[in-house]
Design a protein around this ligand. Structure first.
Ligand code: AMP
Length: 442
């Protein structure tokens, strides 16, 4: 039993993986093989075109940041910081973290490069890997790829919340993902939230013996997360918990109302969900998540985000309004596969070059390079095979439309055969004219 053996080895030698581990990716990390690339290409294309439409500039931040950046901004009592961060100490003694999320690095870059002085607000987007030491399952990995859109600076205006939501709605629509649902809530601000949290704590203290172990912990360190719990024991208790929407201050209520009105204006449907909260300390007011209602392969939220007006302040900057969100690309792909979303096949033609004989092989090699340079067309070959039949089999498998065949006779006469692989018709043309011939036929 290979599994048992692996377990034994792991126990015996926890820090020094043996050879058995060389041929697999670490837990929760994946290769993306060429067969998966059409999904990634499509998503990349959609993201970049939507970013351009909405006037967002791309920002790339390092994969490693000082751990303090996340510790200072996310709050200590969050799983992301307490349990999920990959930490490493450099030879120089710096404590770095593989970034678990993209918003804090963007805010750091905003301050470090004084982007607020360039233009207000700054509209930025990023795309790249994040790392979280979570328990892997479908749609939950340790290396994940996120695309995030952030608006930092400018006015504290509800229209920006609606704009971020509209961007993600547009991305989901362009990817043809169906049955999408938007959930939205407000988690208040510094003035109304503490009072609500006290109410929530008082209410839950009454049920302390009945709630699950996780909730007992949350009750003390992060009471907002009590609303996240879906365990049977806690569900009924949650149903009767105080509703934050009844406790918002007038400024937060107005902000939420404005966001909802903007969404109505642009025809984006939503569901108010007063249980929706976000674990990180820097969020305030609007929080949202998009789901795809799937019968099978339910992966949870496809994306989430919210307003984070305190983040820049946490980093030592002046009070700066900000709002954004992030989607997990791997989750989008799970849903796209489950909904059997297919992409239009590229119609570009492919040319196959075949040869017969050693001399023709060298000439074919040169011809291929010349065509790639001068015709800008995809060329494939199987020059390592001598048999013409075997080569043409590959051309067929790769759905090439034309085959160029060079044999001893053609080399001698400085010609090449062009065969139309659909009709089977072929003609011989001078090698010197081949570029014009190909361009004519494409
Ligand atoms: P968050 O940064 O936690 O708000 O997550 C934003 C989005 O990233 C989620 O809605 C998911 O689509 C995706 N995501 C978060 N955690 C994971 C994970 N461990 N594996 C894959 N995707 C994730």
């Amino acid at each position: 039993m290979a599994f048992k053996r692996t377990k034994k080895i792991r126990k015996k030698n926890k820090t020094q993986p043996t050879e058995e581990f060389i041929l697999r990716t670490p837990k929760g990390m994946h290769d993306v093989l060429p067969s998966e690339q059409p999904y990634w290409d499509r998503i990349n294309k959609v993201i970049r075109s939507v970013a351009e439409l909405y006037g967002f500039g791309e920002i790339r931040t390092p994969i490693l940041e000082f751990a303090l950046l996340f510790q200072k901004t996310a709050g200590q009592a969050t799983d992301l910081i307490e349990k999920e961060m990959y930490l490493l100490k450099t030879r120089g003694g710096d404590l770095l973290a593989l970034r678990p999320e993209g918003t804090a690095p963007v805010a750091r870059a905003y301050l470090e490069h004084k982007l607020g002085r360039v233009a207000q607000p700054q509209k930025l987007y990023y795309l790249g890997p994040m790392f979280r030491h979570e328990n892997p399952q479908l749609g939950r990995y340790r290396e994940l790829t996120q695309v995030g859109f952030e608006i930092l600076g400018g006015a504290n205006d509800a229209l920006y919340d609606a704009q971020i939501i509209a961007i993600f709605r547009r991305i989901l629509a362009e990817l043809k993902i169906k049955n999408v649902k938007l959930k939205i809530n407000s988690i208040g601000c510094r003035s109304c939230r503490p009072q609500y949290l006290r109410l929530l704590q008082n209410y839950y203290s009454y049920y302390e013996k009945e709630i699950c172990a996780d909730c007992s912990r949350r009750l003390k360190v992060n009471p907002f997360r009590l609303l996240d719990c879906n365990k049977e024991a806690c569900k009924e208790i949650k149903e009767e918990a105080p509703n934050i929407l009844d406790k918002l201050c007038s400024a937060c209520s107005r902000h939420l109302k404005d966001v909802l009105e903007y969404l109505d204006e642009i025809g984006i449907a939503y569901e108010l969900d007063n249980y929706l909260v976000r674990g990180l300390d820097y969020y305030n007011r609007t929080v949202f998540e998009f789901f795809a209602e799937e019968e099978k392969n339910n992966v949870g939220a496809l994306l989430g985000g919210g307003r984070y007006d305190y983040l820049i302040e946490f980093l030592g900057g002046k009070s700066t309004p900000a709002v954004g969100g992030a989607a997990g690309i791997e989750r989008l792909i799970v849903v796209m596969k489950s909904q059997e979303i297919v992409f239009p096949q590229k119609s570009s033609k492919k040319i196959f070059v075949a040869h017969v004989g050693g001399l023709a092989k060298k000439k074919a090699f040169t011809l291929i390079e010349r065509l790639r340079q001068e015709c800008n067309v995809a060329i494939s070959e199987m020059l390592s095979k001598d048999s013409l039949k075997a080569q043409l089999k590959v051309a067929d498998r790769e759905s090439a439309s034309l085959a160029l065949i060079l044999g001893q006779k053609e080399i001698y006469e400085e010609n090449v055969i062009i065969r139309d692989l659909q009709s089977g018709l072929q003609e011989t043309v001078p090698l010197s004219n081949i570029v014009e011939e190909i361009k004519k036929r494409l």
